[in-house]
Design a protein around this ligand. Sequence first.
Ligand SMILES: [Zn+2]
Length: 381
Amino acid sequence: MDTSVAKLICGPDADSMYGRNEEDPGLCPICKTRIEMIPNPNYRVRIKGRDFQNTYDGFYIVSDRFKQFCEQNGYSNLLFTPTKTKGFYTLLSQNIYKTSCEKGITRSSLNNCCNHYSHVYTLDRFYIRDKDFIQEKDDFIARTEFMYGDNSHKRYELIIGNATFAKMKEHGLKVQYLADVCSMEYYLEHEVEFIEKREETKRFLEEQLRKIEEYERAHRWDFLINLPRNIIKGILSLFKKPEPEIVYRFGKARPMDKVTLKNMQRYPIWMMEYVETDSYEDNWTKPFLDTCNVVESMGEVDILMKEEEREIHVSATLDARRMRLTGICRWNATTRDWEAVNPVTEESARQWKLKAVPLINGEENVTFAYNEEEKVFKGGK
Ligand SMILES: [Zn+2]
């Protein structure tokens, strides 16, 4: 939108903060609608290469890097609650950015039990700034006044200034831009068009539904040809035979800091493991016993690498789909420990050519080099 006054951001989905609704103290005990955001101090972050992600149940999880960015830029009224995983926090903003609760949204009726709505949605692909809300700056991190979404998945949307969004990008923080916020003046000026667009969508969906019902009665499937491409792709995927699932054997899990270079030379691929104990703050990991080949279906794994020219051993988390490394550590032969390396601040590390010890997608000696533009080590072509 060319008249964006602010941006709504989100991240990739992480797990739920609470295993079951019953455990979440922020829900109405009767209708299970979210009425409060209460972070779970026992939440563990599963995928660590991300600076910003959100849980299914509406919490924002940020990295230390994100927190430092906020502190450096002086964004105030942000609450960072530590999670069980070191270096990761639940972010709650106490700055309110008022969005319209009249125009452009739809909601269910009020639930008597808690006086909250079960469903609140935007009708368009953007949000509208409340007519009485004054946005003083273009650089801020705030949240909406009320929650959007449905039931236990309701969340305060995170709204940031356009300048803030640009700064985050420049800083290499990966946040996803979800929607724009427009001013009420802009909305009112174009309201007729927006309503017409909604009506068009409604008519289209009603027509599709009518066709589906009609053909279902006749047991015919050719209504599918009128469906949008993504829906057809989705339906086609139902006909695909599932890939045979590979069952791996793993060694015993141990805390990450108990894994030595020798362990990794024996087994070059490791995977994070969840161990529910109170005695260890750190993350646990376990080795793949009978494969030396990383494939995409493994998800994120830790692998051993070698910088041959400098004779350095390195371990890092590999995303085999995107061929990127995060969490880079160098083996210190004197202290016999892994030490974290930040290539952004350590110039010599940016010169490294890291050769993977295990195969990656069946290929030997896959080499990773630092990519100045994306500020990460990338491998392959
Ligand atoms: Zn309720």
